[in-house]
Design a protein around this ligand. Structure first.
Ligand code: HEM
Length: 357
């Protein structure tokens, strides 16, 4: 009798677990934003079916060796998409008199290891499938896998982005990437330009659950006077790392679990231990505070909104179809004679059709 009751209990638990898995999966599916024209989840199904596993397997080893690489890749995708759309333009090096986006102040702390990982991935993908996977898609996939490898959610990435031909100029970059000194009003005005809202802001800023920041990114909260909205103990800790202005040291973005993609960043904010004004003000401003509070106690709600918002971010002003190119080297546009630029597939198809006639 006792054993059949416990068997029933186990069965009930299994049913409940299955039901909650099903509803979680449904929730993620239901919360996927609309796809941009030209992008699809199965874009490389025919041309490079192993693309996603190549990226994941490479990053699994690479992130095991250097956990900071995950943070760096997540940030590169953000800096790519906010500026001139997700076109891989942030990956370009200086060519001739055209400056790279990398020298713009917000980009100088993007990590060389992450640029190298993207180029290494491009080489692996080209070896397996030819030059079909764009650098912008590699950046999006690498950011997705980094989140997962750090303990965060897995999500589907719409694919089919093409690579831009030119980097953005400094004015465009500064007008697109908000500063860490920004308050919520400024942040929302930057995000509104690319159709992102307050929920997107709170969820995407949750990527600060990973990675590091240099003293210069938050020192104005310590000197000459300490920001009264910052927890005093936390400020004292930061001053140990950054004892004066212009120190080149770094500290973790998330004081609680710096290498895990979780919701502890929001707990930091509740405790007034957010690193940047742009982080902490989200717990002061009425438009964002309720969401910060919710995510601090409900990691599933954070993951759900992060997935929705990052898929949305990953589709900002994408180049598709015959626009742009598939770069042969993520850090340089193709030479003018490259077949990837000159002969888009539609042209090849037209030629083939003509010959068949
Ligand atoms: C909303 C406005 C944002 C501002 C003002 C901002 C600002 C910053 C700053 C100043 C740093 C530190 C740079 C340094 O000193 O080395 C940083 C790091 C980072 N940011 Fe943001 N960020 C924002 C949004 C985002 C978003 C949307 C993401 C990704 C979805 C993101 C992901 C990261 C990551 C992962 C790091 C750590 C990078 C590393 O360790 O290499 N940030 N951010």
């Amino acid at each position: 009798m006792a054993s059949s009751a416990s068997a029933l209990r186990v069965l009930l638990l299994v049913v409940l677990a299955l039901a909650s898995c099903a509803s979680a999966a449904a929730a993620v599916a239901a919360r996927t934003p609309p796809l941009a024209n030209g992008l699809s989840f199965e874009f490389y199904k025919a041309t490079c079916p192993q693309a996603e596993s190549i990226v994941f397997n490479f990053l699994q080893d690479a992130v095991r060796n250097d956990v900071g690489l995950a943070a760096a890749l997540v940030r590169i995708h953000f800096h790519d998409c906010f500026v001139q759309g997700c076109d891989g333009s942030v990956l370009l090096d200086k060519t001739g008199s055209t400056d790279s986006e990398k020298i713009a102040p917000p980009n100088v702390t993007l990590r060389p290891t992450a640029f190298k990982a993207i180029n290494d991935l491009r080489a692996l993908l080209a070896k397996a499938c030819g030059a079909v996977v764009s650098c912008a898609d590699i950046a999006a996939l690498a950011a997705r896998d980094s989140v997962q490898l750090a303990g965060g959610p897995h999500y589907p990435v719409p694919l089919g982005r093409r690579d831009g031909l030119t980097p953005a100029n400094l004015t465009t970059i500064l007008g697109a990437l908000p500063r860490p000194t920004s308050n919520v009003t400024t942040l929302l005005s930057f995000l509104a330009k690319i159709s992102l809202d307050a929920d997107d802001l709170v969820a995407l800023s949750g990527a600060h659950t990973l990675g590091i920041a240099h003293c210069v990114s938050f020192e104005e909260r310590l000197f000459p006077t300490q920001d009264p909205t910052m927890d005093k103990w936390f400020a004292g800790q930061l001053k140990l790392t950054c004892p004066a202005l212009n120190i080149t040291n770094t500290t973790n973005n998330d004081i609680r679990t710096p290498n895990v993609f979780d919701n502890k960043y929001y707990l930091d904010l509740l405790n007034r231990q957010g690193l940047f004004t742009s982080d902490q003000d989200m717990h002061t401003d009425g438009r964002t505070k309720p969401t910060v509070t919710k995510f601090a106690v409900d990691q599933a709600a954070f993951f759900d909104q992060y997935v929705f918002s990052v898929i949305k971010m990953g589709q900002i002003n994408v180049l598709t179809g015959n626009q742009g190119q598939i770069r042969n080297d993520c850090s340089a546009p193709n030479a003018a004679s490259s077949s990837n630029d000159e002969l888009p597939w539609s042209v090849l198809e037209t030629v083939a059709e003509t010959l068949a006639l």
